[in-house]
Design a protein around this ligand. Structure first.
Ligand SMILES: [Zn+2]
Length: 264
């Protein structure tokens, strides 16, 4: 003997779709083991549910989809079975459930594809960003190599070398000027200049009586640093060369903070 209230018709669709909570599923299984009418009902619902195989790709819907599906199925039942449940209503409600599952599955599938696509696009953007920064880095290095090659050729071709001596806050520093008489091109190679505080820079000057000509500014990154010099007149037209510490923007008149000095 079974009480009508204990039949599991309202769980049949969820059971057939594998969308029940574990406790409900156990209840259904225990019930249909002892109730042939409910067993037949479940069987017919399962038959209908297998139609899904022809409607949608069998992708397991994520838990949230299952919840939504059950809400929908429960609402369909609530709306369509206010009093007595006929077979027609059952079939209608099943077709509604099938359509819902097919819709949710195709939606979930397309969401998954879109997510994968956006992941691929993100990775692609990242790679392009890295490539661009590597290309920039390579361009910088190529320019540095070209400059060093130029400096090297000036040093190799130099016909005269003049020494500079450390002074002031750079007593341990030294430098050599590689120059060729008659040429506006020379290279100063400095050694052991101390790191500068922020906002300061080293500046090279060439001078003769009544003239102090500002040249290149630099901030050495290594203990030995080559500094290109391109004075407006040939190097041998000046009497002295020196390096001072100036504010980062450079100066038109040298400060008194001389760190290297030599005769040309
Ligand atoms: Zn039953």
């Amino acid at each position: 003997m079974e009480m009508h209230a204990e039949h599991i018709e309202e769980l049949a669709e969820g059971y057939a779709l594998g969308a029940l909570e574990p406790g409900e599923r156990v209840r259904v299984e225990q019930h249909i083991a002892a109730c042939p009418p409910c067993k037949r009902h479940i069987d017919s619902v399962e038959d209908t549910t297998h139609m899904l195989a022809f409607v949608a790709t069998p992708v397991a819907p994520p838990p949230r989809c299952k919840l939504k599906l059950m809400e929908k199925v429960a609402r369909e039942q609530f709306l369509q079975t206010p009093t007595r449940r006929s077979r027609t209503v059952n079939a209608m409600s099943m077709w509604a459930a099938v359509a819902t599952v097919a819709f949710i599955m195709s939606g979930a599938w397309s969401m998954r594809l879109q997510q994968q696509l956006s992941e691929v696009t993100g990775a692609q953007n990242q790679i392009q960003g890295q490539l661009a920064s590597l290309q920039t880095e390579r361009a910088t290095m190529t320019a540095q190599i070209a400059q060093l090659t130029t400096l090297e050729s000036v040093v190799v071709a130099a016909e005269a070398v003049r020494s500079l001596h450390g002074a002031g806050s750079a007593a341990n520093a030294s430098a050599k000027t590689y120059m060729t008489p008659g040429k506006n091109e020379a290279v100063l190679i400095v050694h052991n200049l101390p790191q500068l505080p922020p906002g300061k820079i080293y500046q090279v000057w060439v001078a003769r009586p009544e003239l102090q000509q500002p040249l290149t500014m630099f901030n050495p990154v290594d203990t030995t640093e080559p500094v290109p010099l391109q004075p407006p007149e040939p190097m041998d037209s000046y009497n002295w060369i020196m390096v001072t510490i100036e504010d980062a923007a450079g100066a038109q008149q040298p400060s008194k903070d001389t760190v290297l000095f030599g005769e040309l």
